[in-house]
Design a protein around this ligand. Sequence first.
Ligand code: F0G
Length: 471
Amino acid sequence: MTQAAPLTMGQQFGRRSWAEPWKIKMVEPLRMISRQERQAALSEAGYNTFLLRSDDVYIDLLTDSGTSAMSDRQWAGMMLGDEAYAGSRNYYNLESAIQSYYGYKYIVPTHQGRGAEHLISQAAIKPGQFVPGNMYFTTTRLHQELAGGVFVDVIIDEAHDSASLHPFKGDIDLDKLTALIERVGADKIAYVSLAGTVNMAGGQPVSMANVKALRGLCDRYGIKIYLDATRMAENAFFIQEQEDGYASTPIAAILREFCSYTDAAWMSAKKDSLVNIGGWLAVNDWDLFEELRNLVVVYEGLHTYGGLAGRDMEAMAIGIAESVQDDHIHARVGQVRYLGALLTAWDIPIVQPVGGHAIFLDARRFYPHIPQAQFPAQTLAAELYLDSGIRSMERGVVSAGRNKETGDHYYPRLELTRLTIPRRVYTQAHMDVVAEAVKTVYDARERTRGLRMVYEPKYLRFFQARFERLE
Ligand code: F0G
């Protein structure tokens, strides 16, 4: 096994190291409880990291959602909240930020991403219609199904292979999509559900060439493209770095160009946009906008606040502008890659290439002796917490849920444990500690046993399921 000292990022990429384009103004103390206390907390939580109390967590890599550190400017913006019920000035600031950075015409705010997914699914899917997309996402697919849609995965095959080095594993396979359209007919396709980057594939990007070609194909059949823009700023970074012709194009311009090939977008602003809560829908079609603007008052709140406080919308408007700065995105993805480089140097199996928001440990290769029905990725998340108080999450068979028709588990090819990096929160030293913890758990892998599920909720089971250790 290789034990080489990890390279600095500079050595890795043959250039000088980068540093974060900010300094720290306020800190939040961390605490690590004892191993005995961690074992008690883990049993209490049914071996599900979603059920731990955050006070019992040392380094929290559960998610990058709503966990970012806001800037001094965003906090200053919070003080400018106009908490009028209707027509808050912060709504108009948000509207113009989305129009100028994403380029869509009409905006509907929502409390977070799944609020937007609910509305777009209800408005745009007729029962029995198909919704092709580049790999499922948990809440996205659920809302599509609740609206009567049938999700069909049309991502390229490489996305399902954790070792494939394809630079754009988020791309749609246009042949798979064409075959679906030819089989069911264009009028049975609600829309193409395109996500950049693809969370469940490991934060993998979609290329500009792919979205352009997709636009051409969809125009031929009169099919709309709706974008999950949750991590599109990170997607733009990969286009800038990996795709011909974009090396000197700013992230902001790449983001706008990408969005211009799509008809509408929904957003969980809790990721790219550096806020703790918020989301939106944005569309170019007036009729669709009218319907969404009407639906939002049923489920979220008036169409000029959508479940948010004025101050939240202000923080989001400022966060959007910060999120597309090149130096911010370089440092953000750079930190994820730093952790990836440490683990790769120790031959620990992770999804390659490293994506935008997280390191995904490949639990199949980590625990080859644990069958998927004994939840290897869930087991790995539990072991990592036990070893060092680091919280990660399962992205495998538990997250995939059950097939509604047959009642069987979906068995995804990817059985992953996600170490998700919050934006602007942890330092390089934290990443070193995380890498060493993963190595310790890896070295003990042969002695590790799997889990059995003892409680399973009906929807999005990974959030609340409970497990016991197999003897
Ligand atoms: N789309 C993507 C790609 C997401 O990653 C998420 C959330 C959503 C939509 C839903 O947005 O949470 O604001 O309602 N992902 C989080 C995660 C939960 O941890 O990956 P939300």
